[in-house]
Design a protein. Structure first.
Length: 495
RNA sequence: GGCGCGGUAGCCAAGUGGUAAGGCAGAGGUCUGCAAAACCUUUAUUCGGCGGUUCGAUUCCGCCCCGCGCCUCCA
C-alpha cells in the first residue's frame, strides 16, 4: 500500500507519489515573524512534520523548503513603531521560531528561506508577468495581478469568479486596481517604510509572490506538494497558483495539503477571549513539550483539534505509559529464547501503523495500534511469555512509532529549562509556574548524580533499612526523579 | 448569503452497509515492605434530531438543529 493523501486541488483522496526519482519536493508556508508562535501555528507545523517524517519512513528522500516571511504590513508597522530596521526587528522572532521548532521536535526542512533574501528575484518574476500581460502597473508604482487573465482562478478554493471579473472597468489611470479581486504583486513605497530598489522600480513585494518565487527556485516549476494552514487556501495559495501558472503554463504544485485550525477549550483561539497561547506560555505553565507534541500530533490533521488543558493532561499520561513500556523492555530480565506470537504482535502493529498512516496520515489509528501492542505485550510479560529474542522486534515497533511521534525519549527537562531561562532574560519571571521551575531544576541533576543516589537507595533496601531507602526516594522525587522498584530491580525516570 | 468541513461514551478520538478501535478519567480486583509501574474485570443496546432507501444504517439520501472554516494578507 502506498500513501494516500487528501488533495485540496481535486477535493479527493489520491495516491501520492513523487513525480520523479525517489525524492518528494515540497514547500510549506512558514511563519510571519512579527511575534512568538502560538499553539495554532504549531498545529500546522507539527502536521507538516508528521508528513515529512512519514515520507522519510516510507523510504522517500525529501527536499522540503519552508519560507520565513520577514516582510509584511505588520512587521513594517511594528518595526517603524520601534524605530528598528525590519531585519533587526524580525531577528529575534526568527530565532525564537527555530527554537520553538526544536522544543516541539519539529525537524528542520532541508532549506529555510527568507523573503527578504529574494526580493530581486521576486521583482524579476513580476516583470515577467507584466511582459506576458497578466500583471499591470498602477500610477503609484504598484503592480497587480489581473485575475481575469487567468481562467483557472478559484480552482483551489473552489470559488467561482465568473461574472465578478471585468465588470465595471476602472481605468488604470484612476490610480487603482482594474478589478477589486486583483491582488497586489508589488507595493509602491511609502514614506518611512522599508523599500527595495529593483528592476521594476522601488517598493516591496506583495504577500504571495515570495512563495511562488522561492518554491519554484528551489523545487522547480512543478513540484510535488504544497502545504499550509487552511486559512491560506484563499487567497494566498490561490494567488500563488495564479502567478506561477500564468508564468510557466505548467502545473505549479501537484498536491495541496491544508491543516485544519484548532479550537481552544471549544472556542476559536483569540486574544479577546483570553484563550490565546504561545508555545512558550504553555511551557511556562508547566506543560511538557512532549505532551504538547503528542496532543498536536494525535488528532489527524484534517480534523478540528480541540486543544484543552484536560486533553493536555491526558496526553502527558499517555506519553508516560508509552515511556514506561519502553523502559520495561529495556530494563527487565527476559528469559532466553523467543516467542513467535510476540514477534507477530510486533510485526502486526508495524503493519497497522503503516496502514493508518498511509490512509491520509491517520495518526489516531497509529496510536491505537501502538497501544494495542503495549497492552498485549505488558500482559504477556506479566505471564512470563516475553523472551529475550523478542525484544528487538518490539523495540523496532516502538521506533517506527517514535519516528513519527518523537515523544519516547525524555528530553523535556532540558527544553523547559531553556524556556525558563528565556523568560528570566525577558523579565517574565512571574510567568514561570512552580511545575516549570521544578522540571527546569531536574535538568540540573545529571544522570550520574541520579545513579549515585539510586545506588544508595538500593543498598539500604537490601539491608532492609526502609527508612533510609524511602528517604532517598523522597529526596529524588522532590527533584523530579521517580524511582521504581520492580521485580527485575530498580529503575528511574524523570517526572 | 455563497462555498466547504464536522457532530461517536465524562474527556480526546478510530472506524464500517451487518451490528461500536485505542487513550485518559471512574469503579472493583491482582501484584507489592511502602510507593511506583503493570495486569485483569467493568464503563456507548448506541454513533446530533427526524424521515427515507435497504433484509439490515452509526456508515447511503433528504430535511432540521448545533459547532467550525474561507469569502482580500489570521496557521
Amino acid at each position: 500500500m502506498a500513501l494516500r493523501l487528501y488533495n485540496t486541488l481535486s477535493g479527493k483522496i489520491e495516491e501520492f507519489q513523487p513525480e520523479r526519482d525517489n525524492t518528494v519536493r515540497f514547500y510549506a508556508c512558514g511563519p510571519t515573524v512579527y511575534d512568538y508562535g502560538h499553539i495554532g501555528n504549531f498545529r500546522t507545523f507539527v502536521a507538516v512534520d508528521v508528513l515529512r517524517r512519514f515520507l522519510r519512513q516510507s523510504g522517500y528522500g525529501t527536499n522540503h523548503v519552508m519560507n520565513i516571511t520577514d516582510v509584511d504590513d505588520k512587521i513594517i508597522r511594528n518595526a517603524v513603531q520601534r524605530g528598528m530596521s525590519i531585519f533587526d526587528y524580525t531577528k529575534k522572532y526568527v530565532q525564537a521560531f527555530l527554537d520553538d521548532m526544536q522544543t516541539l521536535g519539529i525537524q528542520q526542512p532541508e532549506r529555510i528561506v527568507r523573503a527578504t533574501d529574494h526580493i530581486g528575484e521576486m521583482a524579476h518574476f513580476i516583470h515577467e508577468l507584466e511582459r506576458s500581460g497578466v500583471a499591470y502597473k498602477t500610477e503609484d508604482g504598484s503592480y497587480y495581478f489581473r485575475i481575469a487573465k487567468f481562467p483557472g482562478y478559484g480552482k483551489l478554493s473552489k470559488k467561482d469568479f465568473a461574472g465578478m471579473t471585468d465588470g465595471a472597468r476602472v481605468d488604470v489611470d484612476e490610480y487603482d486596481k482594474d478589478n477589486a479581486r486583483d491582488f497586489a504583486l508589488w507595493k509602491a513605497p511609502k514614506e518611512g517604510e522599508a523599500k527595495w530598489e529593483t528592476e521594476i522600480g522601488p517598493g516591496r513585494p506583495g504577500w504571495h509572490i515570495e512563495c511562488s518565487t522561492m518554491s519554484m527556485k528551489y523545487l522547480g516549476e512543478t513540484f510535488d506538494l504544497h502545504a499550509g494552514g487552511e486559512d491560506l487556501m484563499f487567497p494566498h495559495h490561490e494567488n500563488e497558483i495564479a502567478q506561477s501558472e500564468a508564468l510557466t503554463h505548467k502545473t505549479f504544485a501537484r498536491f495541496w495539503m491544508h491543516a485544519r485550525f484548532l479550537l481552544v477549550e471549544g472556542e476559536k483561539m483569540s486574544k479577546s477571549l483570553g484563550n490565546f497561547y504561545t508555545l512558550r506560555d504553555l511551557v511556562l505553565m508547566g506543560h511538557k513539550p512532549s505532551s504538547l507534541r503528542f496532543l498536536l500530533a494525535s488528532v489527524p490533521y484534517r480534523k478540528q483539534l480541540n486543544f484543552t488543558f484536560d486533553g493536555l493532561k491526558q496526553a502527558a499520561t499517555s506519553v508516560e505509559r508509552l515511556r514506561n513500556f519502553k523502559l520495561r523492555l529495556e530494563t527487565s530480565q527476559w528469559a532466553e529464547g523467543s516467542s513467535p506470537e510476540i514477534v507477530k504482535l510486533a510485526n502486526d502493529a508495524v503493519a497497522q501503523m503503516k496502514a493508518g498512516m498511509d490512509d491520509d496520515l491517520n495518526t489516531a489509528q497509529m496510536l491505537g495500534s501502538i497501544f494495542d501492542l503495549v497492552r498485549d505485550v505488558n500482559a504477556a510479560a506479566d505471564h512470563g511469555q516475553v523472551k529475550k529474542d523478542d525484544i528487538p522486534a518490539l523495540m523496532s515497533a516502538l521506533s517506527r512509532f517514535d519516528e513519527i511521534f518523537d515523544v519516547l525519549t525524555d528530553n523535556d527537562a532540558g527544553k523547559v529549562k531553556r524556556v525558563v531561562q528565556w523568560a528570566e532574560t525577558e523579565g517574565l519571571r512571574e510567568k514561570v509556574s512552580a511545575e516549570a521551575e521544578e522540571m527546569s531544576q531536574s535538568a540540573a541533576m545529571s544522570d550520574a548524580q541520579v545513579e549515585e543516589l539510586v545506588g544508595r537507595h538500593s543498598a539500604a533496601r537490601r539491608a532492609k533499612d526502609f527508612k533510609s531507602s524511602d528517604a532517598i526516594r523522597d529526596q529524588l522525587m522532590a527533584q523530579g526523579i521517580i524511582l521504581e522498584n520492580t521485580k527485575d530491580g530498580v529503575r528511574w525516570r524523570r517526572k
